[in-house]
Design a protein around this ligand. Structure first.
Ligand code: HEC
Length: 150
């Protein structure tokens, strides 16, 4: 029994050595960031930064526990996948059509409360969107889409 426990402790310690590359960009806000492409109201911008940028940008704010394996592996997988689907830092490099689709997709995801991911808001309760914030983002997107269609 003691040996099995010791084995687990050893494995736990050993996997700590494996640390994935971190999603951190020490530079300034890139010129392709969504805030440079549109007139983004302050409230919408801060919600996106607080609730979405950890997975949908080139820079994640890592909490201390994100360095603990196997959690670290799990988080990095989400960040990689989230970034592939939608990267607010690279918005300006998307085609018009892709931008339109992604804006629509954002409306769907937040209305259905699929984003931010529950596993994330569990650890970051402050990232949870209030009804008011959802409404503000949706309204801003509707205005932007109408503007784009002109
Ligand atoms: C913990 C990481 C995480 C956070 C935080 C997060 N997302 Fe996501 N997001 C993902 C992942 C991973 C996917 C890929 C699909 C999936 O696994 O559901 C995704 C997919 C999406 C998609 C679908 C893209 C497409 O092309 O269909 C949209 C839109 C989206 N997220 C918007 C948001 C918005 C808006 C926020 C903030 C309010 C947010 N996400 C916060 C991880 C995250």
């Amino acid at each position: 029994m003691k040996n099995i426990l010791l084995g687990f402790v050893l494995i736990f310690l050993l996997i700590q050595i494996i640390q994935p590359a971190r999603n951190i960009d020490y530079g300034q806000v890139p010129s392709t960031d969504i805030s440079k492409v549109y007139k983004l109201p302050e409230n919408v911008q801060s919600v996106l930064r607080n609730s979405c940028y950890d997975c949908h940008s080139n820079s994640t704010h890592y909490p201390f526990y994100s360095y603990i394996q196997p959690l670290s592996y799990y988080l990095e997988k989400h960040i990689k996948k989230g970034k592939e689907e939608l990267n607010f830092n690279e918005w300006g490099s998307y085609s018009r059509r892709k931008q339109t689709n992604k804006l629509e997709s954002i409306v769907n995801q937040i209305k259905q409360k699929k984003m931010p991911l529950t596993s994330y808001t569990y650890l970051h309760p402050e990232a949870q969107l209030s009804e008011k914030q959802i409404e503000e983002i949706v309204r801003w997107i509707e205005l932007t889409q109408a503007e784009n269609e002109k």
